[in-house]
Design a protein around this ligand. Structure first.
Ligand SMILES: C[S@@+](CC[C@H](N)C(=O)[O-])C[C@H]1O[C@@H](n2cnc3c(N)ncnc32)[C@H](O)[C@@H]1O
Length: 270
């Protein structure tokens, strides 16, 4: 078989379907906005610091931050760029982002409510496009093409390294079969087939769900990762949790792959 006979974009969709991942609706993100602002968007956040070190702003005057959440990347770079756009489909996230922008005196950042799979035709092209921790999209090829069209100089995207949000041990404890999500390998190969030879780097991210110190917190974290759990699954997990040293329950997702490319040199088939 030749490599170009492998349809990586199709395999991505298939793996997402196998993982039976129900698309999170914007209101589920709305409810997490405040918590995410505190934990993930703080300038002290290790993931954010590592990502910022790797984003090259040379010759850049504008930034397009897709799935911006509480303005994590957009606001961290706002004082270095005259034009910044934070785009997200969650109104709650955009409200928290706008409030943070006000507190930081970053009034020039514009917040746009838009989803990955809506049309971006009326959105401004920018020098740099970023999609940080927001790339578990339904159609990877379409999403990467859109970002590539949106940027003039460079695109930076971060993707899961691990194939599970909740560790396999916890999935098994709930009595569920272990399901795997499509990780960064799919995105890299999809880009390759688009004619984009992207760079890969790694970021050690702090999990936002590290705190399992009480059963309530643990249950909340598991529900976020697994979706609704039945009463039977809850009982199994409760029993399992009681037998663990809570400080040693490892979150599955820690590391992120940074996939980035130069737009100028690359010809995308799109
Ligand atoms: C894990 S947060 C990441 C936020 C921020 N980029 C960061 O790194 O801290 C994912 C964000 O993607 C947004 N998102 C998820 N699916 C989306 C979609 N289909 N269209 C637009 N935004 C989406 C969510 O609302 C959320 O704000």
């Amino acid at each position: 078989m030749l490599i170009d006979d492998i349809d990586f974009a199709g395999l991505y969709r298939q793996q997402l379907k196998l993982a039976n991942r129900s698309e999170k609706t914007p209101d589920r993100w709305d409810r997490r906005a405040e918590r995410m602002a505190d934990r993930c968007a703080s300038p002290a956040d290790g993931y954010l610091q590592q990502l910022l070190e790797k984003i090259d702003l040379q010759e850049a005057r504008s930034l397009f931050d897709m799935g911006c959440g509480p303005g994590t990347v957009a606001l961290a770079l706002a004082d270095r760029l005259p034009a910044v756009y934070g785009v997200d489909y969650s109104q709650g996230m955009l409200e928290v982002a706008a409030r943070r922008a006000g507190q930081m005196g970053a009034g020039h950042v514009q917040w746009i409510r838009r989803a990955w799979d809506e049309s971006w035709d009326d959105l401004p092209r920018c020098d740099i496009a970023v999609a940080s921790r927001s790339t578990l999209v339904s159609d990877m090829r379409e999403a990467m093409s859109k970002l590539n069209r949106q940027a003039r100089l460079r695109v930076y995207t971060t993707h899961l390294v691990s194939t599970t949000f909740i560790s396999p041990a916890i999935q098994r404890a709930a009595g569920r079969p272990v399901i795997e999500l499509p990780n960064y390998i799919y995105a890299l190969n999809v880009l390759y087939q688009m004619g984009i030879h992207a760079h890969v780097d790694f970021i050690r991210g702090n999990s936002c769900q590290r705190d399992n110190s009480s059963w309530e917190r643990f249950e909340q974290n598991v529900r976020w990762g697994l979706g609704d759990i039945s009463e039977e699954e809850r009982q199994r997990l409760y029993h399992w949790y009681q037998q663990q040293d809570a400080s040693r329950i490892a979150p599955a997702t820690r590391d992120w792959a940074l996939i980035w490319w130069n737009c100028k040199d690359e010809e995308a088939e799109g």
